[in-house]
Design a binder for this molecule. Structure first.
Ligand code: SF4
Length: 681
C-alpha cells in the first residue's frame, strides 16, 4: 500500500470542483525524467515508423523530441522489434538524446520482458496482456473469476519482476473497447470495467512491492474517458494508491476534430487537477502532437503556482457540499425549463455567434454562420451547422435575415427596433431588474458567478422567458462557471444557461491579463489555441451536463472558425450531433496503410452522413477492439488488404484496398444509412 500524499477525501476524485488544485501523485522514476509528484505535466508521443527501421525510427524520435516530447513511445509487436529497441536507444544516445523510451506492448508478454530490460518504461494493455479478445459473452462464477486472476498473476508477474530488477517503469494502459471478455462479462464495456481492468494488474504490482506505475484509461469518447479517469482516482484513493495519470483520448482523428476531441477529454481532467503526462493522439505526423499537448498543459503552469500556496484542506468543504449535486461518473443533463419552445429542456444546446463586427450590408457574411445566401433566389439555405442565434450588439443589418434565425440586440437597441419579430434583448442584470420593457418570448440576461450573491440577483423575476448568459473573466473560468451551476442547483433554479467564454488571443505579452491572452504569431496558432481553450472550458461543463447553449467570443478570429469550433465541441461532448464522426487511430509501427491519406479519402465521400461513426484503424490486431462503438470499421488487415466491419462484425474480409471504400459505401447503403450528398456538400 502506498498512502503517501493521498490527500483526497475517500470517495472523491479530485481536490476541488470549484477551484484549480493539482492532485498530487507519487513520483515515478522514468530514466532521467521523473513523472508525478510536483514534476511538470510531461509531454509524450509515439512513433509511427516500423520499429525494425532503426534509422527511420531514430530520426522520427528526434523530430518528436525537438517538438517537445519528453518521452518517446515505440511499438514492440514481437520479440524482434523489442530487441531492436536496443539499437534504436544506442543510436539516440550516440547522437546525444537521453529522452526515455517506452515500449508499447499488446498481446506479447515475451516481447514485454525483453523490452523491459532495454527501455525506461513499458506500456501494457491489461485487456490483452494475458487474454485474447474473442468478443465472447462468458459467464464466470466467483471461483472461476478467482482462477482467472490467478492465471493473470502467473502471466504478468514475470514482467513485474523484470521491471523491478532493471528499474523500469510501467504504464498500465486500459483502452475502452479492448477490455478482456472476463472484464466485460462482469462489468460491461463501461468506465467501471476499464478501472477494474487496470486495478487487477495494479494489485498484482503492489503484491510484489512494485510501485513504478503510471495509469491510463483511454477512450475515443471523451465522456467515457473522463468518467473512467475520475472513477480510477476514486478507486485508487479508496485503496491507498496515488499513481500518476497518463491522459489521452484515443483515435481522436485529425485536424480540428482531433484537437477538439482531445481538448474536451484531456482539458476536462486537467481542469479537475488530474494528469501527470499527456499524449494527444492525432492522425497526423507524431511531431504535430506535442505542440497541441504543450498548449493544453501550459495553461496550468500559472494555476499550479497559485494553488501551491493553499492548504488542500480548504478544498474539502465545497466538494462535500457539491458532490451530491453532480455525478461525475455518469452523464446527466441539468434539468431546465424550455424557454420559448427553443432553448433548454430537452432541446439540443444552442449556438450563438457574434456578427456585430461583420459587414452587415452583405448577406453573404451569414455563410460563416451556416446560412448560404443565393442572390438568384434571394433565399438562404441552412445545414446541420447553422447557428441558432446571431448577436448584433447595437448594429443593424441592412438586409433581411433568414426567417428561422434569432437575432440578439443589446436591450437599449432592441427597445428601439420597429419590428421585433425574431429579435430578442440581451440585458445586463441591473437593466433586467429595472427594465420597463421585456418580451414574453426570450429575455437573455448576462450574469457572472459572483452576481448570484448580489442584491439585483435576488430581485430577478423568474418567468419562463428568462435565459442566463453566463460570463466569466476569472483566471479559473471553468471552475468559476461550474460553481455558478452548483449555486443554481442549491437555489433550485431551472433557468436555461448559455455558457459564454471570451478569448482575447491577440493581446501582447505586456498587457496579458489572463492565461487566455496568449501571444500568437500566426493565424493557425490562434485558431488552434481557440479550439483547445474553448473545448476545455466549455467541454468540461458540457461533459458534466451543464449548459443549454454556448457562445464563443473571440475578436479577430473568423466567424466560420468560431462556428465550426462550437459545433465541434458539441459533437465531441455528444450533446449535439451535426456531422459524421471519425474514430481514426494515430497509426504506429503496426499500421498497414497511410492513415492520413485514407482518412481524408473516406472523409471526402462520407462527411455528410450526420451521426454515423466510422472507425479507420491501421491494424487488425488492435483496430477492431479500439474502434469501440463505431457503426462501421475500415481496418487494415494486410498489405493492400482491408477488412470492413459492421459494428463488431467483420462483414468483408481481406478485400483489396482499391475497392474498399466503394464496398464500405455499399454496406452503408444496404443498411439504409446512406444519403446522397446535396450539391452544397
Ligand atoms: S490500431 Fe492503429 S495505433 Fe493501434 S496498434 Fe493498430 S495501427 Fe497501431
Amino acid at each position: 500500500m502506498n498512502a503517501d500524499a493521498v490527500k483526497v477525501l475517500p470517495g472523491r476524485y479530485c481536490n476541488s470542483l470549484t477551484e484549480y488544485s493539482r492532485f498530487v501523485t507519487r513520483e515515478v522514476h522514468i530514466g532521467e525524467v521523473p513523472m508525478g509528484g510536483n514534476n511538470p505535466i510531461r509531454i509524450q508521443s509515439m512513433t509511427t515508423t516500423d520499429t525494425m527501421d532503426t534509422i527511420g525510427t531514430v530520426e522520427q524520435s528526434i523530430r518528436m523530441i525537438h517538438a517537445g516530447c519528453e518521452y518517446v513511445r515505440i511499438t514492440a509487436p514481437s520479440i524482434k522489434e523489442a530487441q531492436n529497441l536496443a539499437e534504436i536507444k544506442k543510436q539516440l544516445r550516440a547522437r546525444g538524446y537521453t529522452t526515455p523510451l517506452v515500449a508499447d506492448i499488446h498481446f506479447t508478454p515475451n516481447a514485454a520482458e525483453v523490452a523491459a530490460r532495454i527501455v525506461e518504461k513499458v506500456r501494457v494493455n491489461p485487456g490483452n496482456y494475458a487474454d485474447k479478445k474473442k468478443f465472447d459473452q462468458l459467464e464466470y462464477t466467483d471461483a472461476e473469476y478467482q482462477n482467472e486472476l490467478e492465471r493473470i498473476y502467473q502471466k504478468f508477474s514475470p514482467l513485474v519482476k523484470v521491471c523491478k530488477e532493471y528499474g523500469t517503469a510501467m504504464r498500465i494502459g486500459t483502452n475502452h473497447g479492448s477490455l478482456s471478455d472476463r472484464i466485460v462479462s462482469r462489468y460491461g464495456d463501461t468506465p467501471r470495467g476499464m478501472v477494474e481492468s487496470a486495478m487487477e494488474f495494479m494489485r498484482i504490482c503492489e503484491m510484489l512491492n512494485y510501485y513504478e506505475l503510471v495509469i491510463s484509461m483511454k477512450s475515443s469518447n471523451p465522456q467515457v474517458m473522463v468518467q473512467a479517469y475520475r472513477l480510477l482516482v476514486e478507486t485508487m484513493v479508496a485503496e491507498g494508491m496515488n499513481y500518476p495519470l497518463h491522459l489521452g483520448v484515443t483515435e481522436a482523428g485529425d485536424g480540428e476534430d482531433g484537437r477538439i476531441k482531445s481538448a474536451v477529454g484531456i482539458g476536462t481532467l486537467l481542469e479537475d487537477g488530474l494528469g501527470d503526462t499527456v499524449r494527444v493522439s492525432l492522425t497526423e505526423e507524431p511531431e504535430a502532437e506535442a505542440p497541441v499537448a504543450i498548449a493544453l498543459v501550459n495553461r496550468y503552469a500559472v494555476r499550479s503556482q497559485e494553488s501551491r500556496a493553499k492548504s488542500q484542506d480548504t478544498y474539502n468543504s465545497p466538494l462535500t457540499i457539491h458532490h451530491s449535486l453532480l455525478n461525475p461518473y455518469a452523464y446527466k443533463k441539468r434539468e431546465t425549463y424550455e424557454a420559448n419552445a427553443f432553448i433548454g429542456g430537452h432541446m439540443v444546446p444552442r449556438v450563438v455567434v457574434d456578427l456585430s463586427d461583420s459587414n452587415l450590408k452583405d448577406p453573404a457574411i451569414l455563410s460563416d454562420a451556416g446560412y448560404i445566401y443565393s442572390p438568384l433566389l434571394d433565399k438562404y439555405s441552412m445545414g446541420e451547422q447553422s447557428v441558432d442565434f446571431v448577436y448584433m450588439a447595437d448594429e443593424l443589418p441592412s438586409f433581411n435575415l433568414p426567417g428561422n434565425l434569432k437575432q440578439l440586440y443589446n436591450y437599449r437597441t432592441w427597445q428601439k427596433l420597429a419590428d421585433k419579430t425574431l429579435c430578442h434583448p440581451v440585458f445586463s442584470l441591473q437593466e433586467y431588474v429595472e427594465a420597463e420593457d421585456r418580451t414574453s418570448a426570450l429575455n437573455l440576461v448576462k450574469v457572472t458567478n459572483a452576481d448570484v450573491e448580489s442584491e439585483a440577483f435576488g430581485m430577478l423575476t423568474m418567468d419562463k422567458s428568462l435565459v442566463f448568459v453566463l460570463e466569466t473573466d476569472e483566471l479559473q473560468g471553468m471552475a468559476d462557471q461550474r460553481q455558478f451551476f452548483f449555486k443554481m442547483e442549491e437555489l433550485g433554479l431551472d433557468v436555461p444557461v448559455i455558457i459564454k467564454r471570451s478569448y482575447n488571443l491577440k493581446s501582447d505579452v505586456g498587457s496579458r491579463k489572463s492565461e487566455d491572452d496568449l501571444p500568437a504569431t500566426h493565424n493557425s496558432q490562434l485558431t488552434t489555441n481557440l479550439q483547445l481553450y474553448s473545448s476545455t472550458d466549455l467541454g468540461a461543463l458540457l461533459v458534466d451536463g451543464f449548459g443549454d447553449g454556448i457562445w464563443i467570443d473571440a475578436p479577430g478570429i473568423e466567424t466560420k472558425v468560431i462556428t465550426s469550433t462550437a459545433f465541434g465541441i458539441l459533437q465531441a461532448t455528444r450533446s449535439r450531433i451535426s456531422k459524421t464522426e471519425y474514430i481514426s487511430c494515430p497509426s504506429c509501427g503496426r499500421t498497414l496503410f497511410d492513415l492520413m491519406i485514407t482518412t481524408q479519402m473516406i472523409r471526402s465521400r462520407t462527411s455528410h452522413l450526420k451521426g454515423l461513426k466510422i472507425g479507420i484503424m491501421g491494424c487488425i490486431v488492435n483496430g477492431p477492439g479500439e474502434m469501440a462503438d463505431a457503426d462501421y470499421g475500415y481496418v487494415g488487415s494486410g498489405t493492400d488488404k482491408v477488412t470492413l466491419y459492421r459494428g463488431k462484425e467483420a462483414v468483408k474480409k481481406n478485400i483489396s484496398s482499391a475497392n474498399a471504400l466503394d464496398e464500405l459505401i455499399g454496406i452503408i447503403r444496404e443498411d439504409g444509412n446512406w444519403i446522397e450528398p446535396s450539391p452544397a456538400q
